[in-house]
Ligand binder design. Structure first.
Ligand code: GDP
Ligand code: GDP
Length: 433
């Protein structure tokens, strides 16, 4: 799991310009591999080998100007809650504004690392002008020009130094996060799972903040629920706004092994649900889809089949995902949901011995070799599963650059046919040998 960095600041200071500069190079590669459309305000970045998630909070502000200020305050508060570090961006052209002062006031109380980034410092004169931002009482600042890139290196050097080293620990216990839009039935589901206190085994202390994992023993399974704290703290943020559900989802997803993605059958697998789905996918988490409130749906013979097909069309090509139709209200298939999540967890931590993998894959490759490219013959010699927390496979060959995405997808499908990876994103790499 990676650290989360939030960029806050009033509109027009250059947050999205900065965000795009950090995300672009990397995401261009990811997009080409997965074919996934990306969220313009959330992405992965890395600096000096340290990976982190970056959130442009400004991108999630909705509504008209008059609610703007209130919105920004809430945004900052949430960013403070959920992020590991905060970049507070201001604009040297505009100088210190009232809104900057308000944000600074909130940030001064925080015990998380805050980086004051004075943007639009495109020349030496502006470097001198930046000094006025000392008045915000946040100490040292970093000057940068998001447009031409100068200064961003110094900021990132300092940033990655303070980010926690969060290697994904190989916990024996599955960590589940229940995610989805507001009102899908997530709290009802969690309450059904944890209703009775005696099922709570222990709180596992988080490293830098209050605990986010709680251990449960239910239906004969032991698992950790991630970010139930979010449920307990629910009173703090009640609004049905995309920003909140996205921010919460990001944090919960980053910390789990398997996402239980819940949706309201009547509302369907809409854009927001899709965003959360792709978030989980991009983070290589296991996924189980629960279509909830199935009790309210007027069923015909093919309802389940049709609904399933519709979802699979949307999530294609990653459609090897369990989809269950549940009613939390009637406690229908709740046990099945947890059982399935446990299976997905096992699939995600599955290791195929190299010998067995080659015994299965090499004959397939021999029968259907990668197509020749520009008259060059591509030969795959062997393959192996990498020792990563989620399934990644390396295929060694003479001309890795000539193997195109369709053939990688073919290999992925064959892997899925022969070894059960249901619910789990897998990555296929080509390496030179
Ligand atoms: P956001 O609303 O905070 O996300 O701001 P944007 O990234 O949309 O930028 C607002 C405007 O400032 C755009 O016209 C950008 O081109 C411009 N801008 C962003 N960074 C810089 C910079 O480093 N120097 C200058 N001169 N302009 C910038
Ligand atoms: P959350 O915002 O995702 O945590 O959703 P809640 O758990 O608060 O549920 C939202 C509403 O949906 C509540 O009124 C629940 O009683 C209702 N609800 C949850 N699950 C079901 C279900 O399976 N069937 C029906 N009919 N209602 C449900």
């Amino acid at each position: 799991m990676g650290a989360i960095v939030a960029i806050v600041g009033r509109p027009n200071v250059g947050k999205s310009t900065f965000f795009n500069r950090l995300i672009q190079r990397r995401e261009a590669i990811v997009d080409a591999v997965s074919g996934v459309t990306r969220d313009r305000h959330y992405g992965k970045s890395d600096w000096n080998g340290k990976e982190f998630s970056l959130i442009d909070t400004g991108g999630y502000v909705l509504g008209s100007d008059d609610i703007f200020e209130k919105e920004i305050d809430k945004q900052v508060e949430l960013a403070i809650d959920e992020a590991d570090a905060i970049i507070f961006m201001v604009d040297v052209e505009a100088g210190v504004t009232g809104m900057d002062e308000d944000v600074a006031k909130l940030l001064r109380k925080v015990d998380k690392p805050v980086f004051l980034a004075v943007n639009k410092v495109d020349n030496a004169q502006r470097m001198a002008d930046a000094v006025e931002f000392y008045a915000l009482g946040l100490g040292e600042y970093y000057t940068l020009s998001s447009i031409n890139g100068s200064g961003t290196g110094e900021l990132l050097d300092a940033l990655v130094k303070v980010l926690p080293d969060k290697h994904e620990e190989e916990s024996e216990l599955p960590r589940f996060a229940v995610v989805g839009r507001p009102n899908a039935g997530k709290s009802s589901f969690i309450n059904a799972l944890i209703g009775e206190e005696r099922y709570i085994v222990t709180d596992i202390a988080g490293t830098t903040r209050d605990s986010i994992d709680t251990k449960y023993n239910r239906f004969g399974f032991e698992f950790n629920l991630v970010d139930t704290a979010g449920i307990r703290r629910k009173s703090k943020v009640k609004e049905d706004l995309e920003f909140y559900s996205v921010m919460r989802s990001i944090r919960a997803i980053e910390h789990c092994d398997v996402c239980i993605l819940m949706l309201d059958a009547a509302r369907g697998f809409d854009g927001q649900v899709q965003n959360i789905f792709w978030l989980a996918h991009r983070n290589n988490k296991g996924i189980v889809i629960l279509v909830n409130k199935w009790d309210l749906v007027e069923k015909e013979t093919n309802s389940v089949k049709e609904y399933t097909t519709k979802i699979k069309e949307i999530i294609s090509p990653f459609d090897d995902v369990p989809i269950l139709f549940v009613s939390v209200l009637n406690k229908q298939r709740i046990f099945k949901a947890i059982e399935t999540a446990v299976e997905v967890f096992k699939n995600r931590s599955k290791r195929i011995p190299t010998r067995k993998l080659n015994d299965v894959m090499l004959p397939i490759i021999e029968k259907t070799p990668p197509p020749a490219y520009k008259g060059k013959y591509v030969k795959i010699k062997f393959c192996t599963q990498l020792p990563t927390p989620y399934p990644q496979f390396a295929f060694f060959c003479n001309l890795p650059q000539y193997i195109r995405d369709p053939y990688k997808r073919f290999l992925e499908n064959k892997l899925r046919d022969h070894f059960d990876f249901t619910g789990v994103p897998i990555t296929v790499f080509m390496r030179k040998k």
